[in-house]
Design a protein around this ligand. Structure first.
Ligand SMILES: [Zn+2]
Ligand SMILES: [Zn+2]
Length: 445
């Protein structure tokens, strides 16, 4: 059973008054009061009277959403705490309206033994302000040669298995991993990259890489591995979760596999949904990520994939790096960008507000989709459910980076861009995890 860890705290007694309550999975879209008591959603009704000791949060004009779930975060624990740790990473998550996040095992050392996994969970239980789970590595040392002790790691609470940061080059090892994972009921989360094709690549291979003279990374490197792994998952009737899809042909492979009944879930990141390789012309290393930003046609395919259901998760792939790893020439910079604090706001501004994606699709892909993919309890605005929710002012606009970051690292690819929607209050596991009541200036709609 997957273990989620959270720092202990006092359960909040809160009456959130007069907000729009929006949980599309529950079919809920009403303006009402919501009472949080004893760590759970205790009541949803009009004009609830606050009992003794209940704090009233006036939230007229705001929207309460279920807590977001991010299935792809790099907390850098253990061993790379100069980039991030459970305290700073979970604070960034809470600020972004997340109440559950899953952390990747490409750490130092890799989380590939029961003892390492338990130590990481203990760190989260001491420091994390939102619920944190960990995936274990798929292969020992993430070397792609020998499977980890999957049953032992599953029994100790791993949320799944992944060599994220690297692909699994051997089809034979992948097949065996699927055979072992299936009876455990846990997904394999796959970073799809054919390594012989991406060698020497720093950005998407295309017109922009040619113009800049930077080594290109063909989109086909992703699609070939997606095609291989959906066929292997089909053969072994196991569940694969495809991480950070970035190109049209991969989305098409997933859509076809779903039609055949293959158990496959898939992520798109906010940066691949919003940006293209055109921004790399600036040579700003904060536009360097793995997989790289691709073309406008690929970006549109990801958006269509969310609308059609071929892609069921929005994941940040929050990948903090220190300044010295990014403020270097483009080719030398580390791959990866942060994303927890900007995920919903950048999607609101760039995709929901202009009408490219409906809000209910976005909220489902940030709650229901990832919870289902990893068998986690879905945060819900439902009486009796654990209090995992956030109060948003979805109309408020702000500039990314202007108020600094809760993350230890600042390698956001959205710095300076206009965001829409500010998370004002996050309750995770019944405990207040974040509060930042930014009041709208009088007269501003
Ligand atoms: Zn990856
Ligand atoms: Zn990643």
């Amino acid at each position: 059973m997957t273990r989620l860890a959270l720092r202990p705290g006092d359960p909040a007694d809160l009456l959130i008054r007069g907000a729009r309550l929006f949980d599309p999975t529950e079919g809920l879209d009403v303006t009402a009061d919501l009472l949080v008591r004893g760590g759970e959603v205790a009541q949803i009704a009009d004009a609830i009277l606050p009992g003794d000791g209940v704090r009233v949060v006036e939230a007229r004009g705001c929207t309460v959403l279920p807590g977001l779930v991010d299935p792809h975060v790099h907390l850098r624990v253990p061993g790379q705490e100069y980039k991030e740790d459970c305290a700073t990473g979970s604070a960034a998550a809470a600020r972004g309206g997340y109440t559950t996040i899953l952390s990747m095992p490409n750490t130092d050392p890799a989380i590939d033994t029961g003892a390492t996994l338990e130590a990481a969970l203990e760190r989260a239980a001491a420091d994390a302000v939102v619920q944190v789970g960990f995936l274990a590595a798929l292969s020992v040392g993430r070397a792609g040669e020998q499977l980890v002790e999957m049953r032992d790691l599953a029994e100790r609470g791993a949320a799944g298995f992944t060599d994220d940061g690297s692909p699994v080059p051997s089809a034979r090892l992948m097949r065996r991993a699927l055979q072992y994972a299936r009876p455990l009921g846990l997904p394999l989360a796959l970073h799809e990259e054919e390594p012989s094709l991406t060698k020497g690549g720093h950005m998407h291979e295309g017109a922009v890489s040619a113009a800049l003279g930077i080594g290109g990374w063909p989109g086909l490197a992703e699609t070939l591995m997606v095609a291989r792994d959906v066929r292997l998952a089909e053969l072994e009737q196991a569940h694969i979760h495809l991480q950070h899809l970035s190109v049209r042909a991969s989305v098409e492979e997933v859509a076809r596999a779903r039609e055949r009944g293959v158990r496959v879930s898939a992520e798109a990141t906010p940066h691949h949904l919003v940006l293209t390789d055109d921004v790399v012309r600036s040579l700003d290393a904060n536009y360097k990520m793995n997989p790289p930003l691709a073309t406008e046609d690929d970006r549109r395919a990801l958006i269509e994939g969310l609308r059609s259901g071929a892609i069921d998760c929005i994941a940040t792939d929050h990948a903090p790096h220190a300044i010295h790893e990014k403020e270097v020439p483009f080719e030398e910079a580390a791959f990866g960008v942060t994303g927890l604090e900007t995920a919903l706001p950048v999607i609101m501004e760039e995709l929901v507000e202009p009408g490219h994606l409906p809000l209910d699709v976005v909220v489902r892909a940030m709650t229901e989709g990832p919870a289902a993919a990893f068998g986690l309890e879905r945060p819900a605005l439902r009486v009796g459910a654990p209090a995992n929710l956030a109060v948003w002012d979805l109309g408020l606009t702000w500039t990314a980076g202007e108020r600094g970051w809760a993350s230890r690292s600042a390698n956001s690819c959205f710095t300076g861009m206009r965001m829409r929607g500010a998370c004002q209050l996050t309750v995770a596991g019944g405990i207040v995890a974040h509060e930042d009541r930014v009041e709208r200036p009088v007269g501003v709609a």
